[in-house]
Design a protein around this ligand. Sequence first.
Ligand code: HEC
Length: 297
Amino acid sequence: MSKLNEVPKESHNKSQWFGITTLFLIALIAYLFVTAPPPLPDSTISGTIISVNEMFKILNAENQAVRTKWTKTVSDGKKAGLKFNENWRQEGEDAGPLPALFLRETGNTLVQAPTLLRLFLGSDFPIVAANLLKGAQRKMLDEIRATKKPQFFYDESTKNYIAMFPDYAVSMGCVDCHNKHPNSSKTDWHLNDIMGATTWSFPKEFVSTEDVLKNISYLRSGFTTAYASYLKKVETFKQKPEIGAKWPDAGFFMPNLEVFAETYEKTNSNPSLVELTKLIYSEPTVNKKNDREAASF
Ligand code: HEC
C-alpha cells in the first residue's frame, strides 16, 4: 500500500519540477529576448579616447612615486637593521626585495592580470643579463640620455606601442651598489646618471579613459601584491620587524599592507585624477593623434 502511494507522489513531484523548470525557462527566454537591456558597449569605445602615451605617463608617474618610496624604505630599513638583497626569496635569507626587484614583482603581477600592459626595467649595462635592453629599445636609451626626455614609439617587431622613461641614479645608494656589484657590467656610474629606463608597452595606440582607470587599478594591485609577498617573507624571519603603522625611518618597523597601500594611494590619486581630468576636458581628441605621430619614428 505504501509502495503504491509513493509512486504517484514521486511522479507528481517530477511533473511539478518539470512545470517549474519550464516556466523558469520561458521567463528567462522572455527576459533575454524581449525585455533584456541592450548589451553594454565595448569598454574600449566608452569614455574619451586618448593616446596610449598619455596613459603611459600617468602609470609611470604612479610607478615612479612607489619606486622612490621603496628606495627610501630600503635605505631606512638597512639603517634600522633590516636586510634587502637580490636573494631575498631564498629560504633562510631574512631579507626583502631591492628596488629593481620590487618593480619586477609588480611587473609580474601585470602578466597575471587581464591586461596587455607590460612593465620592464632595463639598461645597456645591467647587473643581470636578462635586463639588457635590445633592438629599438637599446637605441632609444641613447636618445633618452641625449635629450633627457622620455621616448614614445611603435615597435614593429613586437607590434607594441612603447614608452621609455629615464631611470636616474637619484642617490649614492644606486651608484655605490651598482659600481661595487660583482656582476655589474659598468663600474663608473655617477650620481644623476641615467642608469637605464622603465619601459612600458601596450598593443593599442588609443585607449579609453576607462582602460586607463583599469590599468591604474592593475598597477596598484601589482604594488600591493609585491608588498604582500615581502610581508609573507617577513613572517619567516628569525627577527621580525614590528608590522603596523610605522615605516623604518622610525626604527625596526615596516608598515602593514593597509598602511602601505594607503600611502601610495594618497600620493598617487590626486596627480592621476588631475591628469585624467585635463585629458578629458581640455584638449580635443584630434590633437592626440598628432602627438603620437610626432613621437613615432
Ligand atoms: C643594494 C644594491 C642596489 C641598489 C641600492 C640599487 N640597485 Fe639597481 N639593481 C641591483 C641589482 C642586484 C639589480 C638586478 C636585479 C635583478 O634583476 O635581479 C638591479 C637592477 C637595476 C636596473 C636594471 C638593469 C640591471 O642593472 O640589471 C636598473 C636600471 C637599476 N637597478 C637602477 C637603480 C637605481 C636608479 C637605483 C637607485 C634608485 C638602484 N638601482 C639601486 C642592485 C641595486
